[in-house]
Design a protein. Structure first.
Length: 88
């Protein structure tokens, strides 16, 4: 009984700690998201969010992978966010 309660508690805590975008199932459009939305992505803070916006101002993203062309976003960061972003 105590073991089941512990497991359920751990699952509830994990759900509340997950990013909202992952829980809701929605993706962030990297061609139109504002800096605050972009900064919610794992590994993307305010500085990188501004770099993404500046980059897409000159070169709109055609595919999610294009975000790796932004200085400071490498393969590791991309792998952490690829399921949370979209290009529309």
């Amino acid at each position: 009984m105590l073991k089941k309660l512990f497991i359920v508690s751990a699952l509830v805590i994990a759900l509340f700690m997950a990013p909202i975008t992952a829980v809701s199932g929605s993706q962030i459009n990297i061609n139109s998201a504002n800096a605050e939305e972009l900064a919610t992505l794992p590994g993307i803070g305010p500085s990188l969010a501004e770099r993404i916006i500046a980059y897409r101002g000159e070169f709109p993203f055609e595919a999610s992978e294009d975000i790796m062309r932004v200085s400071g976003i490498g393969e590791a960061t991309f792998n952490n966010i690829k399921d949370l972003i979209a290009v529309e």
